[in-house]
Design a protein around this ligand. Structure first.
Ligand code: HEC
Length: 343
């Protein structure tokens, strides 16, 4: 627990005690709304208790209960303030109960969410998911249903619990092998399994097959293309990897997961092929990192001759600007690259 959390807890306690004790110092006036107020308060306590008592099975009722609690709190807020007065002893106990409730609710929901807020949102999500894992695992193992195993696998994967995720996905695949998510995620876990170890593991063929099968089953799933790109780059298939990663980006324009790999592959290619370096600097933004097209048309298999590419590069074409400053060795390397793509 952080110092901030402790300080806030202490403040809550002090505020609650002051609230409870303040009315006792004053003299009695009758409260015309007393009945309605106490009914609302009873209802509020009941809802809070019910909320705290929710289990995995009844978790689905949370939104409805929270809604009702919010309505009760709003009605209480909307009531005229309770006249100061000598209150029945019930009030004192009610107040103490409210302190207890505040602290309990705080301890179980409020405080942890503050602590989570200190983490970045991805980490917070991971923690939340990890908390749910044991319940999901038990459910999957009891029911044996594919859907439950997938839910468990997904949660374990998201929480970075890859051993659990692979057993969940493996059992789901045993029942039905045509499941792209289970295939590709199991594949990527196998493929990256030995990454941390000293002896460079040679790529795992079976893992690659799983990922490729998933991409064939669900080619328009952005994750299929992302993981295919990762797997292909493991096999040194840089050009194919790049086009899978580009497809990932067009399927999931917000996705940033491929950026690092894309730039790593590009710089690897650029240093291996001077033509690619020229291409990456001048042409890739419109024609795609691997020539597959973008704002400009695809340059792969477009039946372009070396001379026509040279002319278009120098003079431009339509909305494409000319690049008269690309000359000499750079131009030769660029033309050789685009020519190579035509085969
Ligand atoms: C600002 C975006 C942009 C950039 C940068 C760009 N191009 Fe283009 N390119 C286009 C567009 C748009 C077309 C289609 C023009 C048309 O047909 O009117 C095109 C057409 C072409 C064509 C003809 C393709 C065909 O099938 O007819 C070639 C070849 C080509 N570009 C090569 C290059 C090369 C090489 C570079 C880098 C030196 C480059 N382009 C940079 C936008 C761009």
């Amino acid at each position: 627990m952080t110092a901030l959390t402790l300080a806030l807890l202490a403040l809550l306690l002090i505020a609650a005690v002051v609230l409870v004790l303040a009315p006792l110092r004053q003299t009695g006036v009758s409260d015309p709304d007393a009945l309605q107020r106490s009914q609302l308060e009873t209802e509020r306590e009941r809802l809070f208790a019910e909320l705290r008592g929710l289990s995995d099975d009844t978790e689905s009722r949370r939104p409805e209960l929270e809604n009702r609690a919010a309505r009760v709190l709003r009605s209480l807020d909307g009531m005229p303030p309770a006249p100061a007065g000598k209150l029945p002893a019930g009030w004192l106990w009610g107040g103490l109960a409210a302190v207890a409730v505040l602290v309990a609710v705080g301890a179980f929901s409020f405080i942890p969410s503050w602590q989570l807020r200190g983490l970045n949102s991805a980490e917070a999500q991971t923690v939340k998911t990890a908390v749910r894992l044991p319940g999901l695992a038990a459910r999957a193992q009891n029911s044996g249903r594919v859907a439950d195993q997938l839910t468990w696998g997904r949660a374990a994967f998201d929480a970075g619990q890859y051993d659990q995720a692979s057993s969940a996905y493996a059992s789901a695949l045993k029942q039905n092998p045509r499941q792209p998510e289970a295939l590709r995620r199991l594949g990527i876990i196998l493929l990256t399994k030995n990454d941390g170890q000293a002896q460079a593991a040679k790529p795992n063929d079976q893992a690659f097959l799983l990922i490729r099968t998933a991409a064939q089953l669900a080619p328009n799933d952005s994750e299929s293309q992302l993981l295919l790109g990762f797997a292909l780059s493991r096999y040194g298939q840089d050009a194919l990897a790049l086009s899978a990663l580009e497809r990932y980006r067009s399927l999931s324009p917000q996705g940033r997961d491929a950026d690092q790999l894309i730039s790593a592959i590009r710089s690897r290619q650029n240093s291996a092929d001077p033509g690619l370096a020229v291409y990456a600097a001048n042409c890739a933004s419109c024609h795609g990192a691997a020539g597959g097209g973008g704002i400009g048309p695809s340059l792969l298999r477009a039946g372009l001759t070396r001379a026509s590419v040279a002319a278009i590069t120098r003079n431009g074409k339509g909305s494409m600007p000319g690049f008269p400053n690309i000359t000499g060795k750079s131009l030769d390397a660029l033309l050789a690259l685009v020519e190579g793509w035509q085969k």
